[in-house]
Write a protein that binds this ligand. Structure first.
Ligand code: FPP
Ligand code: MG
Length: 335
């Protein structure tokens, strides 16, 4: 099965009616999935473990179609955790082979990516992956990067704590190189250095298989997400489970929005206080300025923003270089 359907699969009238009812309420723009339960599904259905993972991929493809159909424009999936490297060699090889096949197929079906205008991003510590997989991933990411209708983030070789450590290392290096000041370190900067920096936070997170933990997935990004834990194993997930989770999101929407608004205004207040204390400490060590305190704070904020923009360009150009190098390697090795 490919990632995106060639033709739209038909929907029954009952689906269309339910979809119309749901569309009267807020539809989450970004949904994250912990696709759990593939192996239990395999055992339950007397299959090889590998078959469970392949069925898991088919379910992902179906789910993407349901999401696009109802107006969910961004999906993030946990496809392979760094912890999964601890599984048996056979299983890790099987999951790597699945990724190799599916990303290669995606590149063979470029016209489908273009037809659906989907931007595919792969998030995680890709350097832990076999080189040929890094290369085909880089190809997909580079090829689809300007597509704007929908975004698919595949977290592969990912854990949230590794992501946060990687972001902290970028920031520490920025301070060390003198590109930013230690007082520039903020929640906002941290977010912009995460692998997910180009995405809004998920509105809804769905985990299948009855497990009720986040397992090191998007820990930073899901502080204000609506969480939905469903009992079925991932390959058994149906459109009704998706609709149920959206309904759960709609019921909790007002409380979530209030929490987000309050956190955002707190964050802005903290930034203003930080700018103010920086100006005050500069004041102590330099001559009196001709400008009023308010003007000086505004000026300081402008300089801080310019400094951060330059630093983030530096971080992004490193990532871009990494992908470009892999793409040109792929072209020369022709794998
Ligand atoms: C969790 O089930 C699932 C995984 C570790 C792999 C998920 C991968 C896919 C669904 C395919 C996606 C592939 C690509 C290339 C995007 P589990 O193995 O933990 O099963 P269990 O909970 O029953 O033990
Ligand atoms: Mg599991």
């Amino acid at each position: 099965m490919s990632w995106f359907p060639e033709k739209k699969s038909g929907q029954s009238w009952i689906h269309r009616v339910c979809q119309r009812i749901l569309k009267n309420g807020p539809i989450p723009k970004h949904v994250a999935f912990i696709m759990d339960g593939n192996r239990r599904f395999a055992v339950k259905n007397h299959m090889e473990r590998a078959e469970g993972h392949f069925r898991g991929f088919d379910k992902l493809s179906e789910t993407l179609e349901w999401c696009l159909d109802i107006g969910i424009t961004e999906v993030t999936v946990y496809a392979f955790s760094i912890e999964n490297f601890k599984r048996s060699k056979d299983e890790v090889d099987c999951l790597m082979e699945l990724a190799r096949q599916k990303f290669t197929r995606l590149m063979q079906e470029k016209e489908l990516i273009q037809k659906h205008q989907v931007c595919v991003r792969v998030l995680g510590n890709l350097s832990l992956l076999p080189l040929d997989i890094q290369e085909v991933i880089a190809d997909c990411v580079q090829f689809s990067k300007d597509n704007e209708r929908a975004v698919l983030n595949v977290c592969f070789s990912y854990t949230s704590r590794e992501e946060i450590c990687a972001a902290m290392r970028e920031i520490a290096e920025g301070v060390q190189l003198g590109l930013i000041k230690d007082s520039d370190v903020s929640e906002d900067l941290m977010e912009k250095c995460l692998y997910t920096s180009q995405s809004p936070h998920p509105d809804l997170l769905i985990r299948t298989s009855g497990e009720v933990r986040l397992s090191d997935f998007l820990l930073w990004q899901t502080s204000f997400s609506c969480l939905s834990f469903v009992e079925v194993l991932w390959p058994e997930f149906s459109i009704w489970h998706l609709y149920g989770a959206i309904l759960h999101y709609q019921r909790n929407y007002p409380a979530i929005q209030r929490a987000i608004d309050s956190a955002m205004s707190d964050r802005e207040r903290r930034q203003r206080e930080s700018d103010c204390s920086c100006v005050l400490s500069d004041h102590k060590s330099s001559d009196q300025s001709n400008y009023s305190m308010t003007e000086q704070i505004l000026q300081y904020a402008k300089h801080r923003e310019a400094r951060l923009e330059q630093f983030l360009q530096h971080v992004n150009s490193k990532r871009l270089c990494y992908f470009k190098e892999l793409v040109s390697r792929h072209k020369t090795t022709g794998v």
